[in-house]
Write a protein of this length. Structure first.
Length: 263
């Protein structure tokens, strides 16, 4: 099992190396990342919070700096919260290994529930699974995805729903109905009550959804080998975030490179 994972991990890094090698040739190519579809005209939604008017900023450098400065505090706060939960999981692991009572058992159960593992008994096997999920995401990766998915904070989903990551929900009235949604579909673009809530939901999605298992495996392998968890290494794990697959990964890599000075 471990050999198979290592092989997949090396394969992913090889793909990443190829993408990075191709970057100089791609610099002059303009990728067209379509913004999320506009909400249906018949749906009237009041703006839940006031955002900076990013669309009114004509200087692209000023716009980028303003956008990242606006999002960054929430990103730092969310990662700090995850790091604090991870410390609790690590402490519980040490206590279980030493056959000691878990000092923060109630909190540990809450963490397991939040990361969709609450149905399992509190044992070392659960702790191992939690350590794969309860972990931070590099802030620069979060920032460029927010910029990409929200059109630098100008999409209607960002302005009306504080949704910076294109996240869906599936109960009627939970969000904004995309005008291009198929008649048979029932998804909506989720409305959040704060920017922090949008960021926390996005991070929970990356840390729990099956579509991003590969991202979590790469991160766990880097941790196991005492290597730095960097955005450029994790981005290949976001291939399933968009129907554009490899093009989406390349675009995020390009954004990470072009916006390094602002991150």
């Amino acid at each position: 099992m471990r050999f198979g994972f290592v092989a997949r991990f090396i394969s992913a890094l090889a793909v990443l190396a190829i993408l990075v090698f191709l970057m100089p040739q791609l610099i002059g190519h303009q990728f067209s990342r379509p913004l999320p579809p506009e909400i249906a005209p018949k749906q009237q939604i009041e703006q839940v919070s006031t955002l900076p008017d990013f669309a009114a900023i004509s200087d692209i450098r000023v716009k980028k700096a303003a956008f990242f400065d606006f999002i960054k505090p929430g990103v730092i706060s969310a990662n700090n919260a995850i790091a604090a939960d991870r410390a609790i999981v690590l402490k519980a692991q040490q206590q279980l290994i030493a056959a000691q009572p878990i000092s923060e058992l109630s909190k540990l159960k809450q963490i397991a529930q939040y990361y969709r593992l609450g149905q399992q008994p509190i044992e070392l096997q659960l702790i191992a699974q939690l350590l794969i999920r309860v972990d931070t995401i590099p802030s620069d990766l979060i920032l460029v995805q927010a910029a990409n998915e929200s059109g630098w904070g100008t999409s209607r989903f960002a302005r009306l729903g504080l949704n910076f990551f294109g996240q869906w929900c599936f109960s009627k009235g939970c969000g904004l109905v995309p005008s291009s949604r198929n008649e048979s579909a029932n998804h909506e673009v989720e409305i959040f009550d704060s920017v922090d809530h949008s960021i926390a939901s996005y991070l929970r999605n990356l840390n729990t959804h099956a579509a991003y298992q590969h991202l979590r495996q790469i991160r766990a392998q880097l941790r196991a080998n005492d290597l730095k968890v960097e955005a450029q290494l994790l981005v290949v794990g976001l291939r399933n975030y968009s129907q554009r697959k490899d093009d989406y990964v390349i675009e995020l890599l390009q954004m990470l490179r072009h916006n390094k000075a602002y991150l």
